[in-house]
Design a protein around this ligand. Structure first.
Ligand code: PLP
Ligand code: COI
Length: 341
């Protein structure tokens, strides 16, 4: 298979149109058989549920070329399950898990020429999504839906790759208590756009959102969960009902405990204790694990002892072990790697 002529090592996190995508339609209470298509465009009625009431959910996962030349996806079953949770919360029909994994597999195979080579630093990002298709004018769920998966080769989410980030404590909230913060709904990201644009304008890489109820506890950023490393080398991650249950974070917590023998804790994390941590990282499919060097809380700087030059030692070990598992250099726990080719 001849690869596309792409400068893999200099890819950013952007959209590159690939050859094939998957589409399946839900109508009269059932999903059709689904197909691959070359057509990247969607024609919608002006009154489609997604356009009027933002009835849309999505997922994000990656396919990797392993050291020995296979193409694999990382834990797609967990993305399928999370998408079912998202669908239930927005009154959408679930797309069956086995069909989700099959759709991923077919899209990767059909776009093999776009799967970045091993060692290039790039990966193939997969974006499954589903939206209300038919017209709705009263506030109610659509009755017809479209499920799609497209693929795009990507590089690091944050410019500068592994260079520590500077983030700010946001005055905006991302999710309401008992709202939709725990699912992957497009509306959560629309909510965050003003906050991210103004953070960038002020020179910050991302926002740290606090719990909207008390504004004292750390939640997450616009696109990743937090991991903190304590001064005695334990790993702590915030527990909250209004953050997205990151698959990367769950995997890293397992890696920290079972592979690295570290103490791990999922618990409420107060903003006031962040100054006492040794390292901080943002974890997610796109972010992988991106180190944070500085957190600015309304003019007060919290400088992590790991500094602004490189990842802290525990963050690095976590990064190396996780990416090692994903690229076949480190033996994976049972069921984590879905072999596509
Ligand atoms: N939190 C938010 C808000 C996200 O958008 C993402 C990305 O998917 C994550 C966390 C990380 O989740 P995962 O590791 O499953 O990609
Ligand atoms: C992902 O990591 O897959 C996400 O969806 C996060 C988004 C900010 C790109």
């Amino acid at each position: 298979m001849e690869k596309k002529d792409i400068d893999w090592s200099n890819l950013g996190f952007g959209y590159v149109k690939t050859d094939m995508r998957y589409v399946s339609n839900f109508k009269d209470g059932a999903w059709d058989e689904g197909t691959l298509t070359e057509d990247a465009n969607i024609v919608l009625n002006e009154c489609a549920g997604v356009l009027q009431y933002a009835q849309t959910i999505f997922e994000g996962l990656k396919a990797y070329t392993t050291e020995d030349g296979h193409i694999v996806a990382f834990r797609p079953d967990l993305n399928a399950e999370r998408m079912e949770d998202s669908a239930r919360r927005l009154e959408m029909p679930a797309f069956p898990k086995d069909r989700f994994v099959d759709a991923i597999t077919r899209v990767v195979k059909a776009n093999e020429a776009y799967v970045p080579p091993y060692g290039s630093g790039a990966t193939l990002y997969l974006r499954p999504y589903m939206f209300g298709f038919n017209s709705v004018i009263g506030v109610k769920p659509a009755t017809e839906y479209q499920f799609r998966v497209f693929a795009t080769p990507v590089g690091p989410y944050f410019k500068g790759g592994a260079k520590p980030l500077t983030i700010r404590v946001s005055d905006f909230d991302r999710a309401a208590p008992h709202g939709t913060g725990h699912i992957k709904a497009g509306l959560n990201y629309a909510m965050s756009l003003h906050a991210i644009v103004s953070a960038h304008e002020e020179g910050f890489d991302e926002n740290m959102y606090l719990d909207p109820g008390t504004r004292t506890k750390v939640e997450e950023t616009g696109g990743a969960n937090f991991l903190f490393v304590t001064k005695d080398g334990g790993v702590v991650t915030p527990k909250s009902d209004s953050i997205l249950p990151s698959i990367t974070r769950r995997s890293l917590m397992y890696v920290a405990k079972e592979y690295l023998g570290l103490k791990v804790e999922e618990r409420e994390v107060l903003l006031s204790e962040v100054k006492d941590f040794a390292e901080c990282g943002l974890c997610g499919t796109a972010a992988v694990i991106s180190p944070v060097g500085k957190i600015v809380d309304h003019g007060t700087e919290i400088c992590l002892p790991s500094g602004m030059e490189e990842m802290g030692p525990v963050t690095r070990k976590l990064y190396e072990t996780l990416t090692g598992i994903q690229m076949g250099r480190v033996e994976a726990p049972e069921g984590w790697i879905h072999v596509i080719k």
